[in-house]
Design a protein around this ligand. Structure first.
Ligand code: NAG
Ligand code: NAG
Length: 358
């Protein structure tokens, strides 16, 4: 059956308007300002220095700090397409921390990326930041990715969050994973301290009003051996852009392998449409520790198809998340911002607000 023209056009647009291709060229010319230095308040726990068992001789950071149990560990991905968002996110974390000097950042970048350039970019804007960059082997995961409805979601780095337990040093036992299209307006130490109870591996805000059925295909629900996965669980949707992860528990039961098993199955039969999210739902939905909704005011990127603006969900706000297709930096640059993009703009560290073409 021939496709109706509007649908065909939409598919073509999705193919060609991948954010990665649109911004890669501009990214090489981006220069970022130096952020102010942020200091601990008086009652911050002092960092004990432990010897790092698996210190990387190539790393110039203070290796002893990486293992400190008093540190708040934050993991993010770094790539040229989203670097402007990442820089704003880092700034927002530091600015709203009562103990910013106790924050340690763990950045995951593609093994094919220029790590020294990324390191230089981060150090130039944040000369005092304690951080490490980890190389993520895209080829490992690219064989497991089946194409999703949004090509940006098929980027291998999007799956790096499933491998944090393997990438980060064993001495890092808990981490807050953050997407690059968000800003915090509250102290990340509070989020990091979320109680995980005696068994939960991760914590995130849950949305039990969302239609959970719609995240999986009818092929999944009509196959009893698959749909039974959720039989004795009160499974609710959660967004994987903000998660507190107990890395010890993750490593203990090898959750990376459990996620990969679902990705293998997805390659053989289509059980979901989106990218890295559904495997997380399959493994963890109904088993996570709750986090207040204020910690992920998601969806501010707007409608995935028409790019409509979204409003905040009712309630308090500790974290604003521009998930969805539209990104605040792209809309500001195009002079077509959504009203809430004005809340992102103060964290923008880009030296020249408008990148010149050629
Ligand atoms: C990587 O970036 C550095 C700047 O930090 C630059 O000197 C070098 O030429 C780059 N390497 C490649 C392979 O592009
Ligand atoms: C939930 O989604 C499924 C599949 O997309 C749909 O068939 C069902 O009608 C939806 N249920 C509600 C209550 O909207």
């Amino acid at each position: 059956m021939p496709m109706p023209p509007p649908l065909l056009l939409l598919l073509l647009l999705l193919l060609f308007l991948s954010p990665a291709t649109a911004t890669n060229a501009a990214a090489t010319t981006q220069q970022f300002r130096e952020a102010p230095q942020f200091y601990n308040s008086q009652d911050c726990p002092s960092i004990t220095t432990l010897p790092d068992v698996d210190v990387d001789p190539d790393e110039s950071d203070d290796g002893h700090m990486i293992c400190s149990p008093q540190a708040v560990h934050v993991a993010m991905t770094l790539d040229t397409a989203y670097i402007r968002g990442s820089m704003a996110a880092i700034l927002s974390v530091l600015q709203h921390s009562s103990c910013p000097q106790n924050a340690v950042f763990h950045f995951v970048a593609s093994a094919a990326a220029n790590a020294s350039l990324l390191r230089q970019t981060i150090s130039t804007s944040f000369p005092y930041l304690k951080f490490r960059i980890y190389a993520f082997d895209d080829s490992h995961v690219s064989g497991l990715i089946s194409t999703s409805i949004r090509s940006a979601l098929d980027c291998p780095l999007n799956y790096a969050r499933s491998y944090l337990a393997d990438l980060l040093p064993l001495c890092v036992r808990r981490v807050v994973y953050l997407d690059s299209d968000l800003i915090l307006v509250d102290d990340i130490a509070k989020l990091s301290a979320t109680p995980l109870g005696s068994v939960a591996v991760l914590a995130a805000p849950e949305y039990c009003n969302a239609n959970f059925t719609s995240y999986f295909t009818s092929a999944f629900w009509s196959n009893p051996s698959l749909s039974l996965t959720f039989a004795d669980r009160h499974a609710c949707y959660f967004n994987t852009g903000v998660m507190v992860i107990d890395l010890d528990r993750w490593r203990g039961d090898d959750y990376t392998a459990k996620i990969e098993e679902w990705m293998e199955l997805q390659k053989r039969m289509r059980i979901y449409e989106l990218g890295s999210l559904p495997p997380f739902l399959l493994v963890f939905a109904g088993k996570i520790a709750p986090v207040e909704h204020r910690w992920n005011q998601h969806g501010l990127g707007g409608d995935n198809f028409r790019g409509l603006c979204r409003d905040l969900h009712p309630g308090a706000v500790s974290l604003l998340h521009w998930s969805g297709k539209g990104k605040p930096w792209a809309r500001l640059e195009a002079n077509r911002p959504c009203p809430l993009d004005a809340l992102w703009a103060p964290y923008d560290l880009l030296e020249t607000p408008f990148v010149l073409d050629s």
